[in-house]
Ligand binder design. Structure first.
Ligand SMILES: Cc1ncc(C[n+]2csc(CCOP(=O)(O)OP(=O)(O)O)c2C)c(N)n1
Length: 562
C-alpha cells in the first residue's frame, strides 16, 4: 500500500521510538500535523519555536534519547536557529523537522520560504533537504542515527509540502551504513597503555571532565578511575553531575568562575587527563599558562577536537565509557602501587588550596544573597532536583552552589550561552521526568526571553518551579562593566520589568516573592509543596558579583577572589 510522505514520516518516527514532539504548526506542515494528530505520539505546543528546541534539548539530556521538533517553513524555521546552535554547542542529540514550500517553488522567494538548510549548515551536525517522497524513510533513519551516534548533535530535515503529500511504498531501512561516517567507540589498546603508564608515572595528576562524560554515561567508570588511582577531579560547566559533588576527590568546577582549588590544581599538575571536554576558552583562560607543566591525555569521541586548542601527548579517540573502563582495567594490574600513599602529598596540597579559598560569599544583614538562595534550594531538595539555568550570574551561582550528585541533573546552555534556555528546558526536563522536582534558576533578564512558555507549562500541567534571582540588571554584563568599564552601566538596567508575582497569576500559576533573608526558606518550602507552576522571585542586591573570576585573557591562576 502506498503512503503519503507525511504518513511515512510518522511511521518512521514511531520506529525510532519517538513518543514526544515539541512544535508549532503552520501552512507548510499542516499535512504532517494532520497525521501526527492521528498517531500515538504526544505533541507539546510551545508558544515560540526557539522554546521547542530548548525543550527537546533538555528532554534529550534527561532521557538520553533524541529530542524531536516540528515547525513550519520560513519564520518557524528561522526561530529554531538559536536552539539548534545551542544544541550544537553542547553536543545534544536533537532532530528538527522544518516545513518547506513545494519543491517547484524553492528558490523563487515564495511566501514563507527560507533556505534553512543553508542557514543551519554551520550549526548542525548534518542537514537534509528531502526532495522526493522516496527519500523520506532513508533520511529519517540517517538523521536519527547521526543525531545520537558518535559525538551527538542536532540534525535538521527540511520537508517540502508536496513531498509530504506525494505517495510511495513504505519500507523502513532496518540497517544503516553511511560510508563516510564511522565513529570510533573502542579505545585503542596501545593508547590506553601509554595513558596508563603516564598515570603510573605521574605524581600530581588531575582529571578534567566535560559533557562527554554525561553523553556517554561514563560516570561510574570516572568515579572508578578517580577513586582507584586517587586522582582529584574537576569538571566544566557541562560536566557537572558527572562526578558526585560531595565526593572527597571533587574540587569543584574549573575555569573563569571555577574554584581556586581546581584552577590551582590544573596549573600545577604534572598530568592532565581530559575526558569528554574540549578545552574551551572559558576553561583554559590564557592558553600558554594552562596546565603548562603537564603531560596531557585527551579522551574524546570526536577526533577533530583533539589537539585543536591545546597540544595533547596521548590522544584517545573513543567513547569515554569504553576508554575509562579500559584504563581502570589497566591500572588494576598495578598491584604494587599504593595510590593513597603515592598521591598523599598532592592531595594534601589540593585540600590546602580548597581550605584557603573555598567557594564563599559575604553575608549582609537584611539582604538576600543569591548564593544563599541556591544553597537553600540545594538543601530543601536534598540535592535531588533537576536544575536548569538561564545564562549569566544565575547560571554560575547555580553551578557553584548546587552540589550536583548525578549526571543528567543540570541542564544549561554551556557552549552558546543562550539567555532564555532555562525555562523551556525545564519544560522539556519535567516532561522527561514527571516525578522529579524541576527548578529553573533564572535571572530577571533571561527569564523575560522565553516567559511566554508559561502558557505551555500551564497547558501541559507541569509543576515547574522558576527561581528568579532579581538584581534588576543584566547582572553578568553589569559585573564586567563594574570591574572593567568604570561602572558605566550601558544598557544593562532591567528596572522596567513586569511584576513577576502578578505575571504568574495572570497565567494561572502561583507567584511568591521574598525580599528578606528570613523569607527565603518559607518561599522555597511553599513552592515545593505547590503542585502547580510557580514563580519564586528573590530580590537580591543590584551589585552582587560572581567570584572567583578570571578576567578575560588572564591566566586561570590570576583569579579575583571574594
Ligand atoms: C540571547 C542572549 N543575548 C545576550 C546575551 C549576553 N549576556 C550574557 S549574560 C547576560 C546578562 C543576563 O542577565 P540576567 O538574565 O538578568 O542574569 P544575571 O546575570 O543577572 O543573573 C547577557 C545580556 C546572551 N548570553 N544571550
Amino acid at each position: 500500500m502506498k503512503l503519503t510522505g507525511a504518513q511515512i514520516l510518522i511511521e518512521c518516527l514511531k520506529k525510532e521510538g519517538v513518543d514526544l514532539i515539541f512544535g508549532f504548526p503552520g501552512g507548510a506542515v499542516i499535512d504532517i500535523y494532520d497525521e501526527l494528530m492521528k498517531s500515538s505520539i504526544r505533541h507539546v505546543l510551545v508558544r515560540h519555536e526557539q522554546a521547542a528546541v530548548h525543550a527537546a534539548d533538555a528532554y534529550a539530556r534527561v532521557t538520553g534519547k533524541v529530542g524531536v521538533v516540528l515547525v513550519t517553513s520560513g519564520p518557524g524555521a528561522t526561530n529554531t536557529v538559536t536552539g539548534i546552535a545551542s544544541a550544537y554547542g553542547d553536543s545534544i542529540p536533537v532532530v528538527v523537522m522544518t516545513g518547506q514550500v513545494p519543491t517547484k517553488l524553492i528558490g523563487n522567494d515564495a511566501f514563507q520560504e527560507v533556505d534553512i538548510v543553508g542557514i543551519t549548515r554551520p550549526c548542525t551536525k548534518h542537514n537534509y533537504l528531502v526532495k522526493s517522497v522516496k527519500d523520506v524513510a532513508q533520511t529519517v533513519r540517517e538523521a536519527f542515527h547521526l543525531a545520537r551516534s558518535g559525538r551527538p548533535g542536532p540534525v535538521l530535515m527540511d520537508l517540502p509540502k508536496d513531498v509530504m503529500v506525494d505517495r510511495t511504498e513504505f519500507k523502513y531501512p532496518e540497517t544503516i551504513s553511511m560510508r563516510t561516517y564511522n565513529p570510533t567507540y573502542g579505545a585503542h589498546v596501545g593508547q590506553i597503555e601509554k595513558a596508563g603508564k603516564l598515570i603510573v608515572q605521574s605524581s600530581r595528576p588531575v582529571l578534567y571532565v566535560g559533557g562527554g562524560i554525561i553523553a556517554s554515561n561514563a560516570a561510574a567508570e570516572l568515579t572508578g578511575l578517580a577513586t582507584l588511582a586517587q586522582i582529584p577531579t574537576t569538571a566544566t560547566l557541562m560536566g557537572l553531575g558527572g562526578f558526585p559533588g560531595t565526593h572527597p576527590l571533587w574540587m569543584g568546577m574549573l575555569g573563569m568562575h571555577g574554584t581556586y582549588c581546581s584552577n590551582m590544581a590544573v596549573a600545577n599538575c604534572d598530568l592532565l587527563i581530559a575526558v569528554g571536554a574540549r578545552f574551551d576558552d572559558r576553561v583554559t583562560g590564557k592558553l600558554d599558562a594552562f596546565a603548562s607543566h603537564a603531560k596531557i591525555i585527551h579522551i574524546d569521541i570526536d577526533p577533530t577536537s583533539i589537539s585543536k586548542n591545546v597540544r595533547v601527548d596521548v590522544p584517545i579517540v573513543a567513547d569515554c565509557k569504553n576508554a575509562l573502563g579500559k584504563l581502570v582495567t589497566f591500572l588494576k594490574r598495578e598491584k604494587d602501587i599504593n595510590w593513597k600513599e603515592k598521591h598523599e602529598e598532592w592531595l594534601a596540597q589540593v585540600r590546602d588550596w580548597d581550605k584557603k579559598h573555598p567557594l564563599s560569599y559575604k553575608e549582609e544583614k537584611g539582604v538576600i544573597k543569591p548564593q544563599y538562595v541556591v544553597e537553600k534550594l540545594y538543601e530543601l531538595t536534598k540535592g535531588k532536583a533537576i536544575i536548569t539555568t538561564e545564562v549569566g550570574q544565575n547560571q554560575m551561582w547555580a553551578a557553584q552552589f548546587y552540589k550536583f550528585a548525578e549526571p543528567r541533573s543540570l541542564m544549561t546552555s554551556g557552549g552558546l550561552g543562550v539567555m532564555g534556555y532555562g525555562f523551556p528546558a525545564a519544560i522539556g526536563a519535567q516532561l522527561a521526568a514527571p516525578d522529579r522536582i524541576v527548578i529553573d534558576i533564572a535571572g530577571d533578564g533571561s527569564i523575560q526571553m522565553n516567559i511566554q512558555e508559561m502558557a505551555t507549562a500551564m497547558e501541559q500541567r507541569l509543576p515547574v518551579k522558576i527561581a528568579i534571582l532579581n538584581n534588576q540588571y543584566l547582572g553578568m554584563v553589569r559585573q564586567w562593566q563594574e570591574l572593567f568599564y568604570g561602572k558605566r552601566y550601558a544598557a544593562t538596567s532591567m528596572a522596567t520589568a513586569p511584576d513577576f508575582v502578578k505575571l504568574a497569576e495572570a497565567y494561572g500559576a502561583v507567584g511568591l516573592r521574598a525580599t528578606k533573608p528570613e523569607e527565603v526558606v518559607p518561599v522555597i518550602k511553599k513552592a515545593l509543596k505547590t503542585p502547580n507552576l510557580v514563580i519564586m522571585e528573590f530580590v537580591i542586591p543590584h551589585e552582587e558579583k560572581v567570584y572567583p573570576m578570571v578576567p578575560a585573557g588572564k591566566a586561570t591562576t590570576e583569579m579575583l577572589l571574594v
